[in-house]
Design a protein around this ligand. Sequence first.
Ligand SMILES: [Zn+2]
Ligand SMILES: [Zn+2]
Ligand SMILES: [Zn+2]
Length: 163
Amino acid sequence: MTTESNSDRTDLVARLRAAGYKITPPRLAVLEVVRQKGEHLNPNEVLEQAKAIHPALGRATVYRTLELLTQLGIVRPIYVGESGPTYIRADGNHHHLVCARCGHVVDFDRCVADEMTEELAARFGFTITSHLLEFYGVCPDCQTRPWREEVSDGTDPGAHPQA
Ligand SMILES: [Zn+2]
Ligand SMILES: [Zn+2]
Ligand SMILES: [Zn+2]
């Protein structure tokens, strides 16, 4: 797994300061949770865990802080399925297998995009700092379940001929 250091934390705090934000205890608690626990926490999970650090923390503050950290490029929201976003750290590379049916997400480490990074940087003149790579498909569980097509609201069922 990733190794975290205090210099990493200092760096994140410095980025908040540089952007003109005060380092308040609630913000620090959210930052700590995102930094340490890292991957795919939804706002409720961030709230629960950050409360262990700062018990008076409220839901609205968590949402605002996650928005702020997103704007600053410290975290990145991931939208999969119908549930709200989960947050991952924006630095470093991230790789997903996403089940299109149930929204299950598998993280994996090894990938071939590193080779592409130099090529893309040269071709488009980008300085590339990280990548997010996602593959979509159907997870093993869903493959064994019969697939039920959801009929979206507002459509007239009579318009579809029955097979
Ligand atoms: Zn699935
Ligand atoms: Zn992930
Ligand atoms: Zn990669």
